[in-house]
Ligand binder design. Structure first.
Ligand SMILES: *Cc1c(COP(=O)(O)O)cnc(C)c1O
Length: 350
């Protein structure tokens, strides 16, 4: 605390990102990064931008990338909003679409940035418990609210909610914005972008950090009705007109253009997810069905914290959440086959 701080700062409880340890040779399975690097075409596109034009500001609207994304998803560029990572897109969503004097609803076990944005923008949060099997029940979202947000697939559970259930939530809340945070959708789910033309209250948020291997470039986007996009643009242009730099715009465009690389990386993660799930089950873990690039698992007799600690001593980092309901679970990012083998043998030796 300091006398120089704005009063709000005293009460902020900031998000704590997954650890980025500086040690060499770690098997790092804690922050859901892609084990495969970005497409070589992304690297080329970024290198081609490394020239004198860096003295110039980038396109504030990012029109060429918005058009690339619009073409990819068969929508118009006026339905696409860009941000410096989807975390920034989410911040503008809370700021621009969720302040209605009523609580914003999200699952009790979910992305832990949501309550942080509520704190930053003074929005009441109401957590809606997942079912005993860690699923979202659409009926629980029939209550007064200032907006609804959930990841699909959910994080950290990995569970996917079918689009017919997403539609049930949209239909029950025609006067509020429903945000589907699809950070992991490319690992086996269907995107709700297919529904945006039918539901003006739907906003779908995605990132290039996970399936497109670009967590370091910081690119995220939202797709929805142009009225929702306009709200986000108003907030963005009152905050930072140039959230995406020239390198990020060029790299992100190339990432969407190289569909083959993208598909190969996703398929690699998906097949390793199935292999790791089977191996964990053999080691007496219960593994939730995952459509993400991670699995959420608990051992039938050993505490999650103890396993995480034992793995760490072997240089293998997984994510453990010291939170009610999930304190015995580990969230394990799917790595390369070699990393997953190291994890499996690390667990065996425990
Ligand atoms: C990783 C993640 C994000 C953030 O993605 P960035 O684009 O890297 O900011 C948002 N939502 C969920 C659920 C995530 O897991």
């Amino acid at each position: 605390m300091s006398k120089f701080w704005s009063p709000l700062v005293n009460d902020l409880v900031p998000y704590v990102p997954g650890e980025q340890p500086k040690m060499a040779n770690l098997v790092k399975l804690n922050t859901n990064e892609n084990p495969y690097g970005p497409s070589p075409k992304v690297i080329e596109a970024i290198q081609a931008e490394l020239n004198d034009s860096l003295r110039l500001y980038p396109d504030p609207e990012g029109e060429s990338l918005r058009q690339t994304i619009a073409d990819y998803y068969n929508v118009s560029s006026g339905q696409v909003f860009l941000g410096n990572g989807s975390d920034e897109v989410l911040a503008h969503i809370f700021h621009g679409l969720f302040q209605h004097g009523e609580p914003v609803l999200f699952p009790d076990i979910s992305y832990s940035f949501y309550p942080v944005y509520c704190g930053l923008y003074n929005i009441e949060a109401r957590v809606v418990p997942l079912t005993d099997s860690f699923e979202i029940d659409p009926d629980d979202y029939r209550q007064p609210n200032g907006g609804i947000i959930f990841p699909n697939p959910n994080a950290p559970t990995g569970r996917y909610l079918g689009l017919e259930h997403v539609e049930a939530i949209l239909k029950a809340n025609p006067d509020r914005v429903v945000v589907v945070d699809e950070a992991y959708v490319d690992f086996g789910g269907d995107t709700a972008i297919a529904l945006v033309d039918r539901y003006p209250n739907l906003l779908v948020c995605q990132t290039l950090s996970k399936a497109r291997s670009l967590a370091g470039l910081r690119v995220g986007f939202a797709v929805g009705h142009p009225d929702l996009i306009e709200a986000l643009n108003r907030v963005k242009n009152s905050f930072n007109s140039y959230p995406l730099d020239r390198l990020a715009l060029a790299g992100a465009r190339a990432a969407f253009e190289d569909k083959e690389w993208f598909q190969r990386c996703c398929n690699g993660v998906i097949s390793e997810r199935e292999r790791l799930t089977a191996a964990l089950e053999e080691l007496s873990f219960e593994v939730l069905p995952s459509k993400a690039n991670f699995v959420f698992a608990r051992h039938t007799s050993r505490a999650g914290e103890e396993i995480a600690k034992g793995l760490r001593e072997q240089g293998i980092i997984v994510r453990h959440f010291n939170k009610p309901r999930i304190s015995d679970y580990l969230r394990i990012t799917i790595g390369t086959p070699e990393q997953n083998d190291a994890l499996i043998s690390g667990l065996r030796s425990l």
